[in-house]
Write a protein that binds this ligand. Sequence first.
Ligand code: NAP
Ligand code: ZN
Length: 352
Amino acid sequence: MNNTKAYSAAGATSPLASTKINRRDPTEHDVQIEILFCGVCHSDVHQVRNEWSSVMPTVYPIVPGHEMVGRVTRIGRAVAKYKPGDLAAVGCMVDSDGNCPHCQSGLEQFCPNMILTFNSPDRHLGGVTYGGYSETIVVDERFVLRVPPNLNLAGAAPLLCAGITTFSPMRRWGVTKGRKVGVVGLGGLGHMAVKFAHAFGAHVVVFTTSPGKKADALRLGADEVVVSRDANEMQKHTGSFDFILDAVSAHHDINAYINLVRPDGTITIVGAPEKPLAVSAFSLLIGRRNLSGSLIGGIKETQEMLDFCGKHNITADVEVIPIQKVNEAYERLLKADVKYRFSIDMASLKSE
Ligand code: NAP
Ligand code: ZN
């Protein structure tokens, strides 16, 4: 039965450890992929530790990972888009009903029957879905993406979540040349946001709690860097931003950033801290500011993002690690110590 090596956590306080899980044989429309690299998203950490229990409680054991690139090894009879040997990628979703209004408009992430890559009901095998910290995955071809061949694979994996999660809201809110754009939190998502905003031609300001990241922020494409604990520096930007993306994983004062948005400008939250954030009504009333959220992105837009990255040679800056170092990587994420995404080299799983 259990035919695939993986790493899983047995409980909210357990470390990830080697295990074996079951993957189905490809059905008609399925693609089987050997996973080469899988990014480590802070969402993996939140869910392994059951920090989102009020919204999506974690079912244990959990196999996290939703930023995969790999090679197609087998295909179902009806698969037309992929063949064995092709490069392929899988992100945060593996299925949806395909016919609800959201799916029809390319927003599968809002489909009431959407299945996440891990910790969602597995319609084929029962139990829950298992993610990318594993040797292989079997996915309906509708949820498989093409990887531009010029991209470094370890750096391409994080595009599947960190990439699309930052690309999508910036597209939606019109981040273009001449706009003043803020990025809060220079982690996995934040550093991708900087790269995209820069590529779109915006004037990019990074807000960080880590003074040591200043030089990197500029190298990644920021025009200015503000250490957010410096109230004077923050004050200088009051009411001036067209758009701010908040990609912070932990509790923080969001009003400090809302106040920096210009009248009718927008701040979008993509970070998903465990506890609710307190919003001052006045921060929104004054300047008629918009506060919004964004969740990953649909499949069509994810492919557009990957193609954009291929064209502009954009990948994540990664620290490649063997899977055996994943618990250490989680500890470092909690200390905001990542440059700027961990990408697991899945070849390391073979020795388990
Ligand atoms: P990450 O790599 O750990 O980066 C988070 C960054 O937030 C840190 O590098 C740090 O940046 C900043 N930060 C951390 N603790 C902070 C604190 N106490 N106060 C202020 N800033 C702090 O995480 P990630 O993978 O980018 O994910 C970020 C968040 O987005 C997570 O909550 C994740 O679950 C969520 N997420 C949401 C979606 C979605 O669809 N909406 C998709 C993926 C992830 P500085 O050092 O620069 O301050
Ligand atoms: Zn993610």
